[in-house]
Ligand binder design. Structure first.
Ligand code: NAD
Length: 285
């Protein structure tokens, strides 16, 4: 199937990034959000991102102008998806919310449209079950920040058709991504491995194996990780990481039991950059 137009639901951190790579990739792109301020902020942010892209030589002038021309916004889901060949859902990580959105999408989108979710851990099969087209439902897991991260994890739910997987990969490539296809399983590949690394780093901190700074330095200098595990957890949010670990512990078993020190940090409100303190202190910056 050839995709020409894409609707993105949710204009948050991820929706914004997906809209950016979609418009630059040549797709007509409409973004919908239930919050008017979020939509407004997204339009400003996208203009700023395109300007920065031109200023740093990553995007040429003509491509930025063309991308801006392909971007539009919509307040209602129905208006956003009416003409879309592909819908990418990027609303908050809440299964009840996502299932409701997929049921509404199934009613409003063209029968031929593919419906994708950007979930980082939840069951795409459960979302597909809310529709009458489970063969056309797929996971398209982008990474933050979307313009910079090369990977697209394409998630095959129980009934996803081969043609849907092929289309999701072709769209990802046109957006400049490299695709890895994974069978649906809790945390897919990346979230599952990352959760273990972060939890193990916390266990080492709790045991006094090394300081947080030195654990971060060791992984950066010795294993070539671009960020240390604590730097990354502070960026993502310790509460988010803890809720993913609890989900993986429930679904995959004992090796994902959250480290007690991480539980304690979250209980203390040390959630990372967003609260000014996580593993590190950001109150001065
Ligand atoms: N933040 C990350 O690093 C990251 C990385 C990969 C995947 N994800 C996944 O992407 C999804 C979105 O995450 P985010 O970080 O962009 O969230 P976010 O909170 O920044 O943005 C979510 C947006 O969705 C809007 N929204 C809420 N309900 C809606 C609805 N019914 N219809 C339309 N819009 C609605 C909100 O107003 C908000 O603007 C989640 O499933 C998350 O797990 C996030």
């Amino acid at each position: 199937m050839t995709v020409r137009s894409i609707a993105v639901l949710g204009a948050g951190i991820m929706g914004r990034g997906i809209a950016y790579v979609s418009a630059l990739g040549g797709f007509q792109t409409v973004v919908q959000d239930t919050s008017a301020p979020a939509l407004e902020k997204m339009s400003d942010d996208l203009s700023a991102m395109l300007e920065r892209g031109v200023a740093t030589g990553k995007v040429d002038d003509a491509a930025a102008i063309a991308a801006r021309g392909r971007l539009s916004t919509a307040r209602s889901l129905e208006d956003a998806v009416r003409d879309a060949d592909l819908v990418i859902e990027a609303v908050p990580e809440d299964i009840g919310l996502k299932v409701g959105v997929f049921a509404a999408l199934d009613r409003a989108a063209r029968p031929s449209a593919i419906l994708a979710s950007n979930t980082s851990s939840l069951s795409v099969t459960e979302m597909a079950a809310a529709t009458s087209r489970p063969r056309q439902v797929v996971g398209m897991h982008f990474f933050n920040p979307v313009p910079r991260m090369k990977l697209l994890e394409v998630v095959r739910a129980l009934e996803t058709g081969d043609e849907t997987i092929a289309t999701a990969c072709a769209v990802g490539e046109q957006m400049g991504k490299e695709c890895v296809v994974v069978r649906e399983s809790p945390g897919f590949v990346t979230t599952r491995i990352n959760a273990l690394i972060g939890n193990e780093a916390f266990t080492m901190l709790q045991e006094g194996v090394a300081s947080a700074r030195d654990i971060d330095r060791a992984l950066k200098l010795g294993l070539n990780h671009p960020m240390g595990p604590f730097e990354l957890m502070d960026l993502v949010g310790l509460d988010t990481r803890l809720s993913i670990l609890r989900f993986l512990h429930r679904t995959l078993g004992e090796k994902f039991r959250p480290c007690p020190l991480m539980e304690q940090y979250v209980a203390a409100g040390r959630l990372g950059r967003k609260t000014g303190r996580g593993v590190y202190d950001y109150s001065e910056s």
